[in-house]
Design a protein around this ligand. Structure first.
Ligand code: SF4
Length: 580
């Protein structure tokens, strides 16, 4: 088998070079043979002829050698099928349909029948045929390109997304997007709130939400699906559902059923529908299912570019011969997507935390093959196919789920580095540990929210409230920071409805360890202390927490105090604005 770099460039005059043309909808351009004698017609690939000249396409990409010929893919610009081609007996077919033609035997030309399996095996590459290393599926919109109007369609959406208080804090405190400043103090009189300079929505989440709302609004006649939850916030997901969005699968990958028909939506998705890929990205398996159905993947892919950056880092490490260690939660959509991408280029393994990293370090250090295999048992379900213990733990590079604690990733890197040093010696460590992975791949938005919170916890407070969805990993990391500083006075909640009264709050025990039944549940805890002097409350929100929720929490807490002792929101906003 020849390597990718040895494949030839496309030569249209070479009869052994077979070119397949795909539309941006991922459908293959076929021609119906003029003189078909089997079953009435035969589909052929579009040969180099006059029709070919009418189609603008990208540079052909060599896919592989198949027997005595080479297979090339190229993409036709645009989604629409040029009408003049219809008259000439052409059609754009989904890969699923072509598979059907193949099963019916006589409907495919022999060469198309022969290349069918190769086309399918490489279909995941179709949407990215002309991507360069520096290209991203979707770049963050600039401030001018942003479409903030989409949030405010009715009072309920406005209440969810808008907070005049948060806007005022951001204007004053967030002069730099990527670096944290002092927290903001909101003095309401009987209560003082401390809000970190950075909290809540990151650019990746804002981009994904805006695209989802725009897609729903501009396609009223189509079914619009989200592959799974757009972000980990139930209120945002519910608002999207209210506007007509459907979900194809749960955050755990379980297919969602159509309530009217009782069948999985996955079974009925066609090229008439739209499927949006969330900010976490998607596994190749899921993307392949969409490509096969002829859905235009890139047009509705909201994968965050910072997630894609991790994939690119994993690819670079793999090309240099490193095994990629992904610090992440194996059940999280983003880690699944990163694992799926990384496994294409490198042996890959997911490590959840320091405990698992320590176990992997033991495997590396052990000289006994039997012991290594035994210690490695918990990782068997967490590593890529064909992972070979005898060679794939020799050269390591670490990337991470973008929303974890940076310090934990750094400690994992230290642990693995020290194990490799033990085994191969300090002098050789650079051959065995990718030093560039020391910068880790945490996203800056997660990092700046953590940094800003780290500044805020330097001040003593009565309670700390962290707001975010139950399955929001970055929110949990913020909670961990507060828990470390304030112990049982730190609470993880989803919204103001978790504040039951002045004295009670429902705190969420995050399911960090999904096997522990005591996790993933709400617990009612004592909330505010009773005293006459002003209380101090720290509030922050995860990257998927809309600002409106924070303001609703402040309003609820304020409602527990005599109105004469509480300043109005407008008064407090004026004080915040005066801080400039
Ligand atoms: S938290 Fe970071 S990686 Fe995730 S969507 Fe936001 S910016 Fe992107």
């Amino acid at each position: 088998m020849i390597s990718q770099s040895e494949l030839p460039a496309y030569d249209p005059s070479n009869p052994d070079h077979r070119l397949y043309l795909f539309f941006e909808s991922n459908k293959l351009l076929l021609r119906r043979a003029q003189s078909a004698d089997r079953d009435g017609y035969v589909f052929e690939r579009l040969a180099k002829n006059s029709l070919f000249q009418k189609i603008e396409s990208g540079t052909p990409v060599a896919i592989c050698q198949n027997g005595d010929h080479y297979v090339f893919f190229s993409n036709v610009k645009g989604y629409d099928f040029p009408p003049e081609l219809v008259a000439e007996g052409c059609e754009a077919a989904t890969l699923r349909a072509i598979e059907g033609y193949g099963k019916e035997g006589g409907k495919l030309s022999p060469e198309l029948f022969e290349d069918g399996p190769v086309i399918r095996a490489n279909a995941i590459r179709i949407p990215y045929l002309n991507f360069k290393e520096t290209d991203y599926i979707y770049r963050f919109r600039t401030d001018k390109q942003r479409n903030r109007e989409v949030y405010h369609v009715d009072a309920s959406s406005t209440a969810l997304y808008h907070s005049a208080l948060c806007d005022a804090i951001k204007a004053v405190k967030r002069t730099k997007e990527r670096s944290a400043a002092d927290p903001a103090r909101l003095d309401f009189g009987a209560v003082e709130y401390l809000l970190p300079s950075h909290f809540g929505f990151c650019l990746g989440v804002q981009n994904a939400i805006e695209r989802a709302y725009e897609t729903i609004a501009s396609n009223p006649d189509k079914r619009v699906f989200m592959l799974s939850e757009l972000i980990h916030n139930p209120f945002v997901n519910e608002d999207l559902r209210r506007r007509g969005l459907r979900y194809l699968q749960s955050d755990k990958g379980v297919p969602v059923l159509d309530p009217e028909k009782g069948e999985a939506y996955w079974d009925s998705v066609t090229d008439e529908d739209i499927v949006i890929i969330p900010a976490f990205g998607a596994r190749d398996e899921d993307k392949l299912k969409l490509i096969e159905r002829g859905l235009p993947l890139n047009a509705y892919d909201a994968t965050c570019m910072l997630v894609e950056k991790v994939w690119k880092a994993a690819k670079r490490f793999g090309q240099k011969g490193f095994t990629v260690v992904i610090h992440g939660k194996a059940e999280h959509e983003e880690t699944k997507a990163t694992f799926s991408n990384s496994s294409k280029y490198a042996p890959s393994i997911v490590v959840r935390d320091l405990k698992e990293a320590a176990l992997l370090a033991q495997v590396i250090k052990s000289d006994s093959e039997t012991e290594r295999a035994k210690l490695f048992l918990p990782f068997n379900a967490l590593c890529s196919e064909g992972f070979d213990l005898s060679q794939h733990l020799e050269k390591l590079a670490v990337v991470n789920q973008t929303t974890l604690l940076r310090n934990e990733t750094l400690r994992i890197i230290e642990l693995l580095e020290s194990a490799l040093e033990d085994r191969y010696g300090r002098a050789h460590i650079e051959e065995h540990m990718a030093m560039s992975s020391k910068g880790d791949t945490l996203c800056y938005a997660t990092q700046v929210n953590q940094d800003a919170l780290a500044q805020a916890i330097k001040q003593e407070v009565d309670v700390a409230i962290v707001v975010g969805g139950k399955n929001s990993s970055n929110t949990y990391q913020l909670y961990r920071i507060c828990e470390e500083a304030f112990g049982e006075r730190a609470f993880y909640i989803q919204s103001e409805s978790n504040i039951l009264s002045r004295s009670e709050i429902e705190h969420f025990i995050f399911p960090y360890d999904p096997k522990n039944p005591k996790q993933g549940r709400m617990e009612t805890c004592a909330f505010l202390p009773v005293r006459d002097t002003p209380l101090k409350i720290l509030i922050t929100g995860g990257a998927s927490c809309p600002d409106g929720l924070l303001q609703q929490i402040i309003a609820k807490v304020n409602s527990y105090f005599d109105s004469e002792r509480i300043r109005s929101i407008d008064e407090v906003i004026t004080s915040v604005e005066a801080m400039t």
